[in-house]
Design a protein around this ligand. Structure first.
Ligand code: V07
Length: 264
C-alpha cells in the first residue's frame, strides 16, 4: 500500500515536471545557461563525509542536469568546474578533482556522442595534469562535429585572466602594426575571449546561497538574468532547473513590451 502511494507520488512529480517542461518550451527558452556549481563541500559536511564525496556527488548532478537541459532544448550550458583559485585547495582534493573529468567522460562520453552533444572547454588547459588534459581534448575531438547542446566546461578558468590574455593578444597586433587601435571594439574583444562563437549567457544560476560572481564570465554576464538558490549543487535537480527557467521566462514576459535595447 505504502509502496503504491509512493509510486503514485513519484508519478505525480514526474508528470508535473513533464507538463512544466512542455509549457516552458512554448515560450522563449534561455539559449545559454551558465552555472556556478557551489555547495559540494557543504553537502558532504552535513553528512559527515569527506569533501571529495561531495565533489563526486556533484559530478553525478552534472550528468543529470546535462541530460535534462538537452531534453528541454537548451542550446548551451556552461558549467564552472574548476577555477584558477581552486589550486590553493589541499593537494589531495585537487588531485581528486583532476580525476573527475576522466571519470565523467569514461562513463558518459558515449552517451554525449549519441545525444549529439558538443563538449567544449574554456580555461587554461595547458597547466592541467597530462591525464586530465588528454581526457578533455579527446572529448572535444570526438564531439567536435556534433551540433546539439554545447556543453562548455570552465576548467582552470578565471575571468580576469581571460580578459587580460585577450587584451595582450590585441595589444601585440597593435604593436606589430597588423591592427590600428581604432578597430578595437566590443565585438573584437568578444572574438578574443574563450567564449568566442558562443551566445552570451541568458541565465546565470548559482547554487548554495552565495550571491557573488567569483571571477566567472564577468564580461559575458553584463546583461544576464541572475538566479540564486540555497540548494546545494549535489541536491540540485530537474525541478530546480525548471524553476530557474520559469523564473527567467516570467521576467522576460514582464519586459515583453519593451524592445531589446530597453531591456538592457
Ligand atoms: C567537477 C563536479 C561538479 C561540481 C563542481 C566541482 C566538482 C564534471 C567535470 C568535468 C569537467 C570536464 C569534462 C567533463 C567533466 C568536473 C571538475 C570538477 C574539475 F570534460 N564535474 N566536475 N571537473 N566537479
Amino acid at each position: 500500500m505504502l509502496k503504491k502511494l509512493i509510486r503514485r507520488k513519484q508519478q505525480t512529480i514526474s508528470t508535473n515536471l513533464y507538463d512544466r517542461k512542455k509549457l516552458a518550451q512554448q515560450e522563449q527558452l534561455p539559449n545559454h545557461i551558465a552555472i556556478i556549481m557551489d555547495g559540494n563541500g557543504r553537502w558532504a559536511k552535513k553528512r559527515a563525509l569527506p569533501r571529495i564525496a561531495g565533489h563526486h556527488e556533484g559530478m553525478m548532478t552534472v550528468k543529470k542536469i546535462t541530460r535534462f537541459a538537452n531534453e528541454v532544448g537548451i542550446k548551451a550550458l556552461t558549467l564552472y568546474a574548476f577555477s584558477t583559485e581552486n589550486w590553493k585547495r589541499p593537494k589531495l582534493e585537487v588531485e581528486f578533482l583532476m580525476r573527475l573529468p576522466e571519470e565523467f567522460l569514461g562513463t558518459y562520453l558515449p552517451e554525449l556522442i549519441e545525444q549529439n552533444v558538443q563538449v567544449k572547454m574554456m580555461g587554461n588547459l595547458d597547466s592541467l595534469p597530462a591525464h586530465t588534459k588528454k581526457a578533455v581534448v579527446n572529448a572535444m575531438e570526438k564531439t567536435a562535429a556534433n551540433d546539439g547542446l554545447i556543453l562548455n566546461f570552465a576548467l582552470n578558468y578565471g575571468s580576469r585572466d581571460e580578459i587580460v590574455q585577450a587584451v595582450q593578444q590585441i595589444a601585440c597586433e597593435v604593436k606589430n602594426g597588423t591592427r590600428s587601435a581604432d578597430t578595437i571594439s566590443e565585438e573584437l574583444l568578444n572574438d578574443y575571449l574563450m567564449t568566442k562563437g558562443l551566445p552570451e549567457p541568458d541565465l546565470l544560476i548559482r547554487t548554495s546561497g552565495e550571491v557573488r560572481l567569483s571571477n566567472f564570465m564577468l564580461w559575458q554576464l553584463a546583461y544576464t538574468e541572475l538566479w540564486f538558490t540555497d540548494t546545494l549543487w549535489p541536491d540540485f535537480d530537474e525541478a530546480c532547473l525548471m524553476e530557474a527557467i520559469e523564473s527567467y521566462q516570467k521576467r522576460n514576459r514582464r519586459y515583453g513590451g519593451l524592445k531589446g535595447e530597453e531591456v538592457k
